[in-house]
Design a protein around this ligand. Structure first.
Ligand code: GDP
Ligand code: MG
Length: 201
């Protein structure tokens, strides 16, 4: 098994993140953990890129629909449909509109447990219920209810890969291998080296 310090994850600052002037804040929150930024670009995605991105994982549709339905049920509200695939199909349509509405910033972050750590810092899908201290919990307020009432995607500032296999499929969808840079930063020695050598004079 590869060492966990080599793990990589895809992050996209969505169009609302750029409109809200949160690029620096978002990067700061990942950077200060010790994770390393190894690729970055600004672009306006096409609808095809977004559809392909969300359908890279054949199980995504079912899980996105189930997550939405259970969020309604938990709050005692009525979901727009009880069929997860139907919910997911309309989410894909809304996501294509949302994600192509302006520039986004795509990034690859690398380091120990990058996928899990970035998700923890990002917070859960619905800002309304995302924990305080997470980016989605601190900087935005959207809900399943508001988004679905207006037939649009939940505006939650960021995409972050959900699992290691998801990251492994998503990274090559957004970046060519030569766009990902291999380099060292000094603090990696403190984070990962087996011995804390070379500190004392
Ligand atoms: P994420 O991994 O936390 O981003 O969430 P998912 O992969 O489950 O969903 C992808 C994106 O679709 C989310 O970030 C939201 O922008 C949007 N979304 C997900 N579920 C719903 C939903 O039930 N309704 C609406 N309107 N948008 C949704
Ligand atoms: Mg996801």
């Amino acid at each position: 098994m590869a060492h966990p310090k080599t793990e990589r994850t895809l992050v996209i600052v969505k169009p609302d993140g750029i409109q809200r002037a949160l690029i620096g804040e978002i990067i700061r929150r990942y950077e200060r953990t010790g994770l390393k930024l190894v690729a970055l670009k600004m672009l306006i995605p096409t609808e095809a890129m977004i559809e392909e991105h969300y359908l890279l994982d054949p199980n995504w549709k079912k899980s996105v629909g189930e997550k939405a339905i259970s969020s309604y049920v938990k709050k005692g509200e009525k979901p727009p449909s009880t069929d997860p695939i139907e919910v997911a199909d309309s989410v894909v349509v809304s996501l294509k509109k949302y994600m192509t509405s302006g520039p986004v910033i795509a990034m690859v972050w690398e380091g120990g447990h990058a996928v899990e750590l970035v998700r923890k810092i990002t917070g859960s899908t619905e800002p309304r219920s995302a924990s305080i201290g997470t980016i989605r919990g601190d900087f935005v307020l959207d809900s399943y209810q508001m988004a679905d009432t207006d037939t649009r995607a939940i505006r939650n500032l960021i995409h972050a890969s959900g699992t290691v296999p998801e990251a492994e499929k998503e990274i090559p969808h957004w970046f060519k291998p030569e766009e990902i840079i291999r380099y060292h930063v000094p603090h990696e020695a403190t984070l990962y080296d087996v011995d804390m050598k070379g500190i004392l004079e």
